[in-house]
Design a protein around this ligand. Structure first.
Ligand SMILES: [Zn+2]
Length: 291
């Protein structure tokens, strides 16, 4: 069982995540809040923590006149904070997955949701390699490439990983319907390509509307024989014009859906945007119901 959303939970704890680096600066300003969110998810039953580093990259820091070394330090700091939270739960087997957002997340213009980037493949590979190089030396159990919008970016991740065959990673894609990733390629093809990298231990879907999950899990199964990881959004919708979330999410309903995702073949289940510890608690109940 994975954890749920980090940024929205930090907001509930009073952290200001409105800045361009989103939750990244909380790593420096209020590390105790990051640890508190991790703890809340472990208490809810999560077995795997995603670090608060989704938005951290040299590129993102550079754009705001911040030293690249500070981005590298923030990546390592995020892993340390997750490990610190884990230390409070001795006797349980808990994995720490280093969260790595796509190139579009560093641009903070929402372009991870269409994947139309204006840059050459070599630059995309470099963007990913810079972070892999830092995290390869960390205590993270695996690297989680998240919200990948396109086949091209998945290929870039594979190329960036080449120098580190011993790492374990998963690749999770953001999808626009029950068949296609945000940029339009089929999830089936993306999963097949991602599963071909020697480091890949799971393929999956995140930051996607939960309604598409049953179909998407079928696509993942058709594309690869690897374990399947799914952590969709809460089910609320993002109104881009009004810049706010609409609708509401009922954790018990999310848990019931999670039961269907397990039944459809997903092995690792959690939540992305707007999911909270109560959603994870409900997934735990759904998982128990299967045993
Ligand atoms: Zn999300």
């Amino acid at each position: 069982m994975l954890d749920g959303g980090m940024a929205s939970e930090l907001e509930y704890l009073g952290a200001d995540i409105s800045g361009p680096l989103w939750s990244a600066h909380v790593l420096e300003d209020s590390p105790e809040k990051v640890v508190a969110v991790h703890r809340a998810y472990l208490e809810a039953g999560a077995d795997c923590l995603l670090t608060a580093s989704y938005q951290v990259s040299r590129l993102g820091y550079r754009e705001f006149g911040l030293a690249e070394a500070r981005a590298d330090a923030a990546l390592l700091r995020a892993v340390e904070l997750a490990c610190a939270a884990r230390d409070g739960f001795k006797g349980r087997r808990i994995l720490v997955a280093a969260s790595l957002g796509p190139y579009g997340a560093a641009l903070h213009d929402g372009s991870e949701y269409h994947g139309n980037y204006d840059l050459r493949l070599a630059e995309l590979v470099r963007f990913h390699r810079e972070r892999i190089e830092v995290l390869a030396e960390s205590d993270a159990d695996l690297l989680a490439f998240e919200t990948l919008p396109s086949l091209a970016e998945a290929r870039a991740v594979g190329e960036a990983l080449e120098a580190w065959p011993e790492l374990a990673v998963w690749l999770a894609f953001t999808c626009r319907n029950g068949r296609e990733v945000a940029h339009g390629e089929t999830l089936r093809e993306c999963a097949a390509v991602a599963a071909g990298f020697p480091q890949t231990v799971a393929v999956g879907v995140n930051c996607t509307q939960p309604v598409w999950l049953p179909e998407l899990i079928g696509e993942l199964r058709a594309g690869s024989g690897l374990p399947i990881v799914v952590y969709p959004n809460s089910g609320e919708g993002w109104d881009a014009e009004a810049r706010c979330w609409t609708g509401r999410s009922v954790p018990a309903e999310f848990g019931a859906l999670a039961g269907q995702w397990y039944a459809a073949g997903a092995q690792l289940v959690g939540g992305c945007c707007r999911t909270r510890p109560e959603h994870i608690r409900q997934i735990a109940l759904a998982a128990l119901g299967r045993n």
